[in-house]
Design a protein around this ligand. Structure first.
Ligand SMILES: *Cc1c(COP(=O)(O)O)cnc(C)c1O
Length: 369
């Protein structure tokens, strides 16, 4: 057996979470699998729900082509559209949908000679102030696109800045800006809109705006089993998808007052049995995780101690006398939530997942056994 750092990916949990997203919000749901499915493996994740997914969303053409080459024929939305006009030929050839989030993209699309018309998701900046057409540019862009032969269909879209904050009034202010702008458009009865990310799906049912529209949600992080609403007290209805595991490869007994690891940042408060785990920041475990971060050893919660190094980290085994070399370690997954590690490291589960590398990936899907 080679180095024991392994990311186990439960595709049945991924599928469960996709179903939760759809049931929770209703309408259609575009599974967001950008950035290699938040580090989980985009092709494997897409294949596991392709028979039921309404479509997928990725960040760029390269990510979409990887899915097409793997045989994914379902709709794929490019969340940032194209970065230059030269991509349009591939977008048309592979039948991809695109977000249009800037005036320059409107101009490029309208000036292009396309083999056939494309699906556009026209993004409004309703208050996040990152990308999107401003509410006063939006109507004109919509009208021009709608009338043009290059455009088959337009979904009206915006993105929330603060949906993970239950106390913020900003989410409903964004909905109001969006709704007011959209009301002025001379659209068909068959209006399609898309507003909700995971946080809105889980916590803001009131962002579903009218009865007549068809809405598309865009769940991302919740598909991977992490609840973006950290202060949420609701029962966790999501299942973790990634379990980052390794093993204890060595133990060392130190005396009260001894320090361990680089920088000697941890000094033992008592005589301590230290377990050395084959996982470090080169595997994606955050170097910024502090002493005290939960780690599970043979299913028991203990703590990280000292500085995380590139290939190894240290845990406190003093109160777990049955553990030792060979014991199974879970860095996050079923016993330790990625959110708990993230908050101790000053980051979010999104970043932890995206950073996992070097560890071997093993996929598990009981429906395919
Ligand atoms: C990444 C992304 C999402 C998914 O967000 P989560 O918080 O992971 O659910 C949805 N919409 C857009 C436009 C995105 O870029």
């Amino acid at each position: 057996m080679s180095r024991p750092a392994i990311a186990h990916i439960r595709l049945d949990a991924f599928r469960h979470n996709y179903r939760v997203a759809k049931q929770h919000y209703g309408g259609k749901a575009l599974a967001v699998i950008k950035a290699n499915a938040y580090g989980h493996g985009a092709v494997q994740c897409a294949k596991s729900i392709r028979s039921e997914a309404d479509g997928f969303a990725v960040a760029c053409l390269e990510e979409a082509l990887q899915l097409r080459e793997a045989g994914i024929t379902e709709p794929i939305l490019l969340l940032e559209g194209f970065f230059e006009a030269a991509e349009l030929a591939d977008i048309v050839a592979h039948d991809l949908w695109m977000v249009i989030h800037a005036e320059w993209q409107v101009e490029v699309l309208l000036a292009a000679k396309l083999k056939h018309a494309v699906h556009v998701w026209l993004k409004m900046d309703s208050g996040m102030h990152r990308v999107g057409l401003s509410p006063h540019e939006y109507g004109q862009a919509y009208t021009r696109l709608k009338a043009h032969q290059n455009v088959k269909n337009i979904v009206l879209m915006t993105h929330f800045a603060n949906a993970d904050n239950l106390a913020s009034a900003h989410t409903m202010q964004q909905v109001q800006v969006f709704q007011e702008t959209v009301q002025d458009l001379h659209h068909s009865a068959n209006l399609q809109t898309s507003l909700a990310n995971s946080a809105a799906i889980l916590a803001w049912p009131q962002t579903k705006i009218t009865a007549i529209e068809h809405h598309w949600s865009r769940p991302g992080i919740m598909l991977y089993g992490a609840n973006p609403i950290i202060q949420s007290t609701a029962d966790n209805i999501l299942q973790p998808v990634m379990q980052l595991n390794s093993r204890i490869i060595s133990t060392v007994k130190i005396k009260k007052g001894d320090a361990i690891g680089y920088g000697s940042i941890f000094t033992a408060e008592r005589d301590t049995t230290v377990g050395i785990v084959a996982c470090g920041y080169a595997d994606g475990y955050p170097r910024s995780a502090k002493t005290g971060t939960p780690v599970a050893v043979d299913g028991n919660i203990t703590r990280l101690i000292g500085r995380v190094s590139m290939d190894m980290l240290s845990v406190d085994l003093t109160d777990l006398p049955a553990t030792g070399v060979g014991s199974q370690v879970e860095l996050w997954g079923n016993h330790v939530s990625a959110n708990a590690v993230a908050s101790s490291a000053g980051t979010i589960a999104y970043e932890l997942f995206c950073n996992v590398k070097r560890a071997h990936f093993q996929y598990f899907d009981p429906s395919n056994i």
